[in-house]
Design a protein around this ligand. Structure first.
Ligand code: GAP
Length: 486
């Protein structure tokens, strides 16, 4: 799926124009599927990250956080199955030389069929694809592509190579001598393994009792092939993951718990329920006994935002085997069926894994609104980002009506009062109307205008972003009013 819907294009342009997201190393024409967060974007991203971290660790007494290194011992990736299994089936077009992920190529064709009103054909195509993918039947998949005359978007031909597996991990070298296989290390393709290899460190030093979780936020790297989807699919991205270690046999119940709990987290942010849906996996990853995606209605359609995976004891068992170090937990609680402690076992794991950049895109695309404010008298419009106030990069803009007569000093006094508690912004250039529009475009929920009356009675005008309503309040009440709203 390309990022070429008009709405998606407008959001991408807006994100660049207002300092949210820039293409990486843009002066050299950018680097495909890599992006930089600007002065506004980094604030929004940090607010999302902090919100996740707080709700997953600080507000719970059964989850703790860690920050593991990006580089890990190379055997980690052998044990986890990523060296052998972290592959995507790819197909190349012989004319354009363009490479496609097979499932994406077929899904894009199914979406085109849907758009053309051929819903049943589209559904049948996706069902066939899922069956063939589940069976790793690459010959059948190629035949499916040919039978449906699926064409390359660049060459417009059906001249395809055979389907091959392509590993998504980036490798680099450690130490001084290059070219030796022993020096090879990977940039982690998921943060989860940093949690697994620290399971016993955390459990013992934190005196944690199963069930408990370990959370982490950090960079992950994948050599994605289909990469024209802005921050939805990047080669360098951030994950917010949590592994919840449970007693074997209880994983189903914890899987259901986390499925509900994580969806509720999204809804509690004020994002509407009709923008979300679950997608239960038909083809399970090599480590899972149940898995689903929480999908979000992005401008490119419903797509995966977060994954909930019941990973069994696969990872810890593999690390035990490869490291030769026991990964067991002693459960001294009494098993009512035997009257004895549950004893030693390798815990099962339920994972919640959300892409920070995808969450950023969900928040940004839902917040983005183009509003026509025209009246009989005049044409008017605005672009507004209706971020939840708690996530907005700037909470309060303070705008003196004039650059002189003591108004900037009052504005600065307000900023000095508030900046310890939340992010403020001072602006004195341009007309007040233009400044309001700029703040709308940045998603600032509150603007304060300091005018001549402020000098007399220490009151100011507060303007609310979403309703555009204004009211007069005292300078001394600003901080509390905004803190309450946050
Ligand atoms: N530890 C499990 C795991 O990594 P995943 O479904 O491959 O599972 C989890 O990834 C989440 O990471 C996804 O739901 C998505 O939000 C995010 N993600 C994965 N690949 C991404 C990419 N190339 N760019 C941005 N986000 C990505």
């Amino acid at each position: 799926m390309a990022n070429d819907t008009p709405l998606f294009q407008s959001i991408i342009s807006h994100a660049k124009e207002y300092g949210f997201i820039f293409p990486s190393s843009e002066i050299y024409d950018g680097l495909q599927a890599v992006y930089d967060y600007g002065q506004m974007g980094s604030e929004l991203k940090k607010n999302i990250k902090d919100h996740w971290w707080k709700s997953m660790t600080q507000l719970r007494d059964d989850v703790v956080g860690i920050d593991a290194a990006i580089f890990m011992h190379p055997t980690t990736w052998k044990a986890s199955g990523h060296v052998d299994n972290f592959n995507d089936p790819m197909i190349d077009n012989r004319d354009s030389k363009k490479r496609y992920r097979v499932d994406h190529l077929i899904e894009a064709h199914a979406e085109a069929l849907m758009a053309a009103g051929q819903k049943e054909q589209a559904a049948a195509l996706v069902t066939s694809m899922e069956g063939l993918l589940a069976a790793d039947d690459f010959v059948g998949l190629k035949k499916l592509i040919e039978d449906h005359q699926i064409k390359c978007a660049v060459s417009d031909t059906c001249h395809w190579t055979d389907i091959r597996q392509f590993n998504l991990m980036f490798a680099t070298e450690f130490g001084a001598t290059s070219g030796e296989e022993d020096n090879k290390v990977y940039l982690r393709p998921e943060t989860a393994q940093g949690i697994f290899v620290n399971f016993l460190n955390v459990q013992k030093t934190g005196r944690m009792k199963v069930p408990f979780g370990i959370a982490q936020v950090g960079k992950a790297f994948r050599n994605e092939i289909v990469a024209r989807q802005f921050v939805f699919r990047m080669r360098e991205f951030e994950q917010m993951e949590m592994q919840f270690f449970v007693r074997p046999g209880t994983q189903k119940q914890w899987y259901e718990y986390w499925k509900q709990c994580r969806l509720q987290w999204h809804l509690d942010l004020g994002l509407p329920a009709d923008k979300y849906r679950y997608h239960d996996h038909v083809k399970l990853a090599h480590y899972a006994d149940a898995a689903c995606d929480i999908e979000f209605d992005f401008p490119i359609g419903f797509k995966e935002l977060e994954g909930i995976h019941s990973r069994t004891d696969f990872d810890l068992r593999q690390h035990q085997e490869y490291s030769k170090k026991k990964q067991q937990y002693f459960d001294n609680e009494i098993d009512p069926s035997t009257g004895k402690p549950f004893g030693n076992y390798i815990p099962y794991v339920v994972e919640t894994s959300i892409g920070l950049d995808r969450m950023f895109l969900a928040v940004l695309s839902h917040a983005y609104e183009e509003q026509d404010l025209s009246t009989d008298e005049k044409q008017d419009s605005r672009v507004v980002l209706k971020f939840p106030a708690a996530l907005a990069p700037i909470k309060l803009a303070v705008l003196p009506l004039n650059k002189k007569d003591g108004l900037p000093e009052i504005a600065q006094e307000i900023i000095a009062q508030c900046k310890d508690d939340f992010r403020c912004f001072y602006e004195e250039k341009d007309s007040i109307g233009k400044r309001y529009r700029r703040m709308d475009a940045l998603g600032t929920p509150f603007c304060i205008t300091v005018d001549y009356q402020s000098k007399e009675d220490r009151t100011v005008t507060i303007r609310y972003r979403d309703s555009m309503q204004q009211e007069r309040i005292s300078i001394d009440s600003i901080k509390d009013l905004i803190k309450k709203a946050l």
